[in-house]
Write a protein that binds this ligand. Structure first.
Ligand SMILES: *Cc1c(COP(=O)(O)O)cnc(C)c1O
Length: 486
């Protein structure tokens, strides 16, 4: 139990602790468990009575195993999912649900310090890493790239933990002022922000190039390829499911099926749903919702994975991707656990930017057979969904959540009219992060949570302390120098 192997087959079996410290496997594959634990209906019913941190431990501990003593796992979960860190409506509800209509339910995942769902996993993961490093007497330098939400969520999680330091590259183009201000405010101590003149892809290329230098080969990763993030996202599929089951009289009972609709970029969130389903959570369809950058649509609909040239900048920027790193983790299921085929498939993709299931002997419908469905939205669709949510329940949703709602509504319109299966749309950010789009949709912006009032003003007073440097895209020498002296 809790043994991990690379998706590409090399490097043997390691435990949870080693997997989260390494991030990427030596053969450049991603770590996946050798087997998936099963959660039966009895445990599911017991979990319905638990608070979120207990539900979290019940599921997450199945992936952590003995690498962290269970008492430590519990105390980490209590400290993480507390009202000091998450803006929970009460001690029991960490991921509150709200019905928009007879089928659509919104599950809130963005009550953390940086108002995006990434806090849900990065908060506990940073504590697991801290525990492991402390026990070993080691420290870890990390380097990451962000297009928006990862930056502040990773920084908020790692800030002040003296076993780790983090350098975060962010593009001058594409991030909102709010997101930049969030990062600026977290700079200092063990956190360094570097601005790269260009786009997100430029930042990511620089991370890859730097890590390929021997001097920086040991740099850790906080991006969503870290197994610890996936393992910490699985629990909220259970909590959302259970909240719907106990929410009201018309809700389906524990044991009946639901659909989840997941605004997707790197495929990390929806992959956690797929794992919850493999563990026995009654999920019927996992709906991969994308925006104009719809790489994942091609995979689900046609079995074709095609790298897109440059990501389009959209009004749901956290999903503006050209490839979806975590997608590799589902390939074991597509190719019947044959890691050799997975490796060849991924190598073909890395070389050519284009690969199909068929050329490796799998059906073009493989993703559909696993229960995935996909759909994408345009800016106009998202604006319309934001208006819909507001008109139904006076609920202001952000453009990423709106993407899920748009896709859900389109799919419902072609479902059997008697189908009453709930469609749980994951709310991956608070509207405060994207006020421009909210204003466009509704003509006003929602009141800010107290911690974000004046955020941009506070960040401006930091001046150059918020971002240590702006460097040209591709300027590896400057990046290396900055990291050496950090
Ligand atoms: C990161 C992010 C996503 C995409 O999640 P993936 O796990 O990369 O698919 C969606 N919405 C928001 C707001 C995000 O920050």
């Amino acid at each position: 139990m809790s043994e991990y192997v690379s998706t590409r087959g090399d490097g043997g079996q390691i435990g949870y602790e080693e997997a989260i410290l390494r991030g990427l496997a030596p053969d450049r594959g991603l770590y996946v468990p050798t087997e998936y634990p099963v959660v039966d209906l009895d445990l599911l019913r017991k979990m319905a009575e638990m608070q979120y941190y207990q539900q979290f431990v019940a599921i997450n501990s199945l992936f952590v195993g003995d690498d962290i003593p269970i008492a430590v796992q519990r105390s980490i979960a209590v400290g993480t999912y507390s009202r000091d860190i998450f803006d929970m409506p009460d001690r029991h509800t960490m991921t509150p649900v709200q019905w928009l209509d007879g089928r659509i339910v919104v599950q809130q995942l963005s009550l953390g310090p940086t108002a995006a769902f990434k806090d849900m996993a990065l908060q506990p993961l940073s504590r697991h890493l801290n525990y492991a490093l402390d026990r070993r007497g080691e420290t870890l330098r990390m380097l990451g790239a962000t297009s928006g939400d990862t930056g502040s969520a990773a920084e908020a999680a790692i800030k002040g933990k003296d076993t780790m330091s983090l350098t975060m590259l962010s593009p001058t183009e594409g991030m909102s002022d709010f997101q930049k201000a969030q990062m600026a405010e977290l700079s200092g101590d063990n956190i360094m922000n570097i601005s790269v003149d260009g786009r997100f892809d430029d930042c990511q290329d620089m991370v890859k190039r730097l890590k390929s230098m021997p001097e920086f080969a040991d740099l850790g990763a906080v991006n969503s390829i870290n197994w610890g993030r996936i393992a910490a996202q699985v629990p909220y599929y259970f909590s959302g499911y259970l909240e719907i089951a106990r929410d009201n009289m018309s809700s389906p009972a524990i044991g009946s099926e639901v659909d989840f609709v997941v605004p997707s970029g790197n495929f990390g969130n929806v992959l956690a749903g797929h794992i919850a389903k493999k563990m026995g959570l009654p999920i019927r369809r996992l709906i991969v919702a994308t925006n104009e950058n719809d790489v994942l649509n091609g995979v689900v609909e046609q079995g074709v994975y095609r790298k897109q040239g440059n990501a389009q900048v959209t009004s749901s920027p956290s999903m503006d991707i050209t490839t979806a790193s975590n997608y590799e983790r589902v390939l074991g299921d597509v190719f019947d656990g044959d890691s050799d085929v997975v490796r060849r498939y991924m190598e073909k993709f890395e070389q050519k930017g284009f690969v199909t299931f068929e050329e490796f002997g799998a059906s073009p419908d493989s993703m559909k057979q696993l229960g995935f469905v996909s759909g994408s939205s345009t800016h106009a669709d998202r604006i319309q969904s934001m208006r819909y949510a507001y008109s139904r329940c006076a609920r202001v949703i952000d453009p990423h959540t709106a993407d899920a709602v748009a896709v859900a509504r389109r799919i419902i319109s072609s479902d059997d009219p008697l189908d009453m299966t709930p469609m749980v749309c994951m709310s991956t950010a608070l509207p405060v992060k994207f006020e421009g789009t909210v204003q466009e949709a509704l003509g006003f912006v929602a009141e800010r949570p107290a911690r974000f009032v004046d955020l941009e003003k506070r960040a401006r007073t930091l001046g150059s302390r918020g971002f240590s440097a702006t460097i040209a895209s591709g300027d590896i020498d400057s990046l290396a120098r900055l990291i050496r002296t950090f």
